[in-house]
Design a binder for this molecule. Structure first.
Ligand code: 1QQ
Length: 384
């Protein structure tokens, strides 16, 4: 009996695996709902731009590809569910996602075990590529990006001596980024006068702001996400903090403007993307994006674009050697992962490639400062 069962199982697995790839589908798993959608919305836009642009230029050597979106929401369970749907129901070749590192640590191991390549579009915490062989990212790590903001703050105000550091302790990215910020501050000779913790779900920051005001600092550095981070900025200003503020990557969106409004003004944020990046790929992206949205593209849109572009260009290379519709899905996923890591890509982020663990190699980073025109409208001004 046992033997018969085993034989049946092997046979049915064999049949489903032998099915050829009949459509070219790439999964996008980002936050379309919850507070995390303040960040994820820009990723949806960036990915759709890539789909439209790259399909208009031939798709995969003449065959269009399709993006399938699964909403991750803002938590781990949502990311796991989205990944499972993409892998088994939508039968995607690879996944661009999820939005948060906190989610990636939960969902990426599922894709890794299923041997489905993942490109993190905005997963910047330490140890993301190390989750597994099938996990890479186009989003440069906080360790590389965040120090630029501290150096820029010191350029703007060389008299800074004392720093307050605040971070969301329930978020993997925020705890990783604050580590980098604290190390950088010390390496720059600054005194970390107070370290304050909060939760990404917090809305009242009176305790933390009081501690900041009592510690006589000239710089505040925040690692959190957009809603909590925006409220924290707002309450710091309302309660009388006058010095410079650095926001981390979780505050890196104009979707924070409705939260802190005019009080967002002056926040300094390091960038892994600049609309001024000179590559042809970027200039086309900037032109199309600006025509549609009347503003320059933000980093999260550019990174999601790059994630889709990398998958597409890797698929083009594979297809030239052996047509995609002659592959079986499991083998094509493995080959796609290999090709992603082998290639070089001219993206809106500039030229990128990957090291053997899946960490992105990227050369150029920037710092921007929020400039509010009024309570509703503002922009990211890139600093020299
Ligand atoms: C991470 C991040 C987020 C702030 C991006 C949206 O960098 O979770 O790693």
């Amino acid at each position: 009996m046992q033997r018969i069962l085993t034989a049946t199982l092997v046979l049915s697995l064999g049949v489903s695996q032998a099915q050829k790839v009949d459509s070219i589908v790439i999964g996008v798993a980002v936050a379309q709902t919850s507070n995390t959608a303040l960040l994820g919305q820009e990723q949806v836009i960036g990915a759709k731009f890539a789909e439209k642009y790259l399909n208009a230029r031939g798709g995969i050597n003449g065959t269009p590809f399709k993006l399938v979106f699964q909403d991750t929401g803002g938590d781990e369970a949502g990311a796991i569910n989205a990944f499972q749907n993409l892998i088994t129901k939508d039968r995607v070749l690879g996944i661009v996602g999820p939005t948060l590192s906190q989610q990636a640590f939960a969902s990426d191991p599922i894709a890794d075990r299923a041997r489905v390549p993942v490109l993190g579009p905005s997963n910047t915490a330490k140890n993301i590529p190390q989750i597994g062989d099938f996990i890479a990212r186009v989003s440069a790590p906080v360790a590389v990006v965040a120090p630029n903001a501290v150096k820029q703050a010191l350029k703007l105000d060389p008299k800074i001596k004392n720093v307050a550091v605040l971070y969301a302790q329930n978020d993997a990215f925020s705890t990783s980024e604050t580590g980098t910020f604290q190390e950088t501050a010390k390496a720059q000779g600054l005194n970390v006068a107070t370290v304050q913790k909060f939760q990404t779900t917090d809305t009242d920051f009176t305790t933390q702001v009081t501690a900041v005001l009592n510690s006589n600092v000239q710089l505040v550095i925040i690692s959190g996400l957009a809603a909590d981070g925006g409220n924290l900025v707002k309450q710091l200003r309302q309660l009388g903090y006058k010095g410079l503020i650095i926001g981390g990557n979780g505050l890196n969106t104009s979707n924070m403007f409705p939260v802190c409004q005019q009080l967002c003004d002056g926040v300094i944020i390091a960038q892994a993307y600049s609309p001024a990046q000179a590559s042809a790929a970027n200039q086309v992206f900037v032109k199309d994006y600006t025509a549609q949205y009347k503003k320059a593209p933000p980093q999260f849109a550019a990174q999601a674009y790059a994630g889709v572009q990398v998958m597409v260009e890797a698929l083009r290379v594979i297809d030239r050697k052996k047509k995609l519709n002659t592959w079986e899905l499991p083998a094509l996923r493995v080959e796609l992962n290999r090709q992603i890591l082998a290639g070089k890509y001219n993206t809106p982020l500039g030229p990128i490639s990957f090291d053997k663990e899946g960490e992105v190699n990227q050369a150029e980073f920037y710092v921007a400062q929020i400039k509010m025109k009024d309570a509703k409208t503002g922009s990211f001004v890139y600093l020299k």
